[in-house]
Write a protein of this length. Sequence first.
Length: 188
Amino acid sequence: MILLMNKYVIFFIILSLSISVNNKSYSETGLEIPRYVSLKSNDANLRIGPSINYPISIKYITKNFPLKVEEEYKDWRKVSDFKNNEGWIHKSLIKGDRYAIIISKNNSHIFNTVNGKKIGEISNGSLIYLSKCKINWCLISKDNNKGWVEKKNMWGIKDSEKFNINILQNFIDYYYNSINLLENMLKK
């Protein structure tokens, strides 16, 4: 009987631990953690704790600057940036719009489609809007220009994250790849 009771106690301990582990990957809001967000304005304070009573460690002055949410506590979000600065920011200062920063040492190439024709370059430190992302590529835009950039050249997106990809995207990719192939054949 005691042995059976011990098994039940161990079972409930394991069950409660697994529930708490699962809750840790999703926050109070039900949103996944970690996740990427961006700043709503040109004036946001990063604090050393989750309250306005804590000192400011960094003042962000760039609207749309990307941040990674690591933790949540009531109305506060523990975030980090691409330079590994960490702190707490009020939820009213962030939004779900997706932006990234180019982090490659050299200029990153911009292509008209995934593995397509090179149409430009973008410099290290550039803030870009992420329109959609595939496994290894994102469609970015900056100053009314857009193109595809490899994910490895940017900070603000998870390695395997995909979003805003619809079924038509494959046809669009095939179309541009066909045009690129024809242009290359005509050059030879």
